[in-house]
Design a protein around this ligand. Structure first.
Ligand code: NCD
Ligand code: ZN
Length: 346
């Protein structure tokens, strides 16, 4: 296949940051996607409707002139979130979900929840008003091996949570393991997002010829059998699996550091990366539903009507993109990529 025309996609898990960083990265997402679920892990996080309203306005102001993009906002769940916060956010119409980070799990998660079992009043409210819960599904305890943290989260917390709140709609974010795929397949009212890096790379890439900080993200890349399991899930046509890049920009000096930040930057070339992953298993015919249908269907939003074109063309991913303080290194910087996305506004 040389050319693929599909419905314009959306990104159901995205970090946009704020200020000058937001201005540097937003044009990439706006070119690739019509809408995105915006992660709330700013410093301080987006905890209330007032925070989300102000952050949304800053995003809208950073959209390049003449372009259209709809940021779908989320609230950051803390130990102090109250049911009233959730109800008010839901009534706004533009806050679409609540994000759970275990305290200390990842970038800017120090405000996160210290014990998920203490949030039952919030989950009760969310189940009642049918607001989705987005989970960073990893345990944080130091005695659990970093490669097992997703599996242990499912066993220790997610299975009991789904038993307590069977109707609560949950998205298990950026899944990385065969265990997560199996859990999502077996449970009701649950979906999962999948990133390009977890479809394309196993953990071997982290140590290829030396330590490779630009492939370090959380949850960390897993072994090859897990990559194959999530690739199989993404390309299966099952509506429980949909696109979420987890594009997470950190400047070069924060990544190439004695204590480097977690996050891969893929907003520049997300659809091209997904196309390569789907092509690798002859499943390009399943890309449109994964990228453009399953997400809006889960969030009960209309599907986009415009189209994009992916063309089989080789180009070189830049070594660096402009970003405040130091440059931003995109995923697979300096390498050839064999698809190119074109979007013309209709
Ligand atoms: C994200 C970030 O940098 O905000 N990093 C990452 O590795 N994915 C946080 C997150 O989603 O875990
Ligand atoms: Zn993320």
């Amino acid at each position: 296949m040389q050319e693929l025309k599909i419905t314009r996609p959306d990104d159901w898990h995205l970090h946009l940051r704020d200020g000058a960083a937001l201005k540097a990265v937003l044009p990439h997402t706006v070119r690739q996607f019509a809408r995105a679920i915006i992660m709330p892990n700013l410093k301080p996080p987006v905890r209330s409707l007032a925070d989300a309203t102000a952050y949304r306005a800053r995003i809208m102001a950073a959209i390049p002139a003449g372009r259209q993009f709809e940021p779908l906002m989320t609230l950051y769940l803390t130990d102090n979130t109250k049911p009233e916060d959730i109800i008010a956010a839901n009534a706004s119409g533009f806050v679409k979900a609540v994000k759970y980070y275990p305290a200390g799990a990842t970038t800017n998660s120090e405000f996160g929840v210290t014990d998920i079992r203490k949030c039952d009043r919030i989950f009760e409210t969310m189940q009642h008003i049918d607001m989705p819960l987005l989970l960073h599904g990893e345990v944080t305890s130091n005695d659990i091996d970093v490669f097992d943290r997703e599996k242990v989260f499912i066993e220790q917390y997610l299975i009991p949570l789904k038993q307590r709140f069977p109707k609560l709609r949950v998205v298990l974010e950026h899944i990385t393991t065969a265990d997560a795929v199996q859990f999502v397949l077996d449970a009701n009212n649950i979906a999962a997002t999948i990133t390009p890096q977890h479809l394309l790379f196993s953990r071997n890439i982290l140590f290829k010829g030396g330590i490779q900080p630009h492939f370090y993200c959380l949850p960390i890349l897993k072994r090859e059998q897990h990559r194959q399991a999530i690739l199989q899930a993404a390309t299966s046509g099952n509506p429980k699996f949909f696109l979420g890049t987890d594009s997470a920009p950190h400047g070069r000096n924060r990544k190439e550091n004695s204590c480097g930040c977690a996050g891969c930057y893929s907003a520049l070339h997300a659809m091209e990366l997904y196309a390569e992953a789907f092509e690798s298993v002859n499943a390009l015919d399943k890309l449109e539903a994964f990228a453009s249908f399953h997400g809006p269907d889960f969030y009960q939003l209309p599907r986009n009507t415009e189209q994009i074109t992916l063309t089989k063309t080789s180009w070189c991913i830049p070594n660096e993109l402009p970003f405040p303080d130091s440059g931003l290194v995109p995923l697979r910087a300096g390498e050839e990529i064999t698809w190119q996305m074109v979007y013309k506004r209709q």
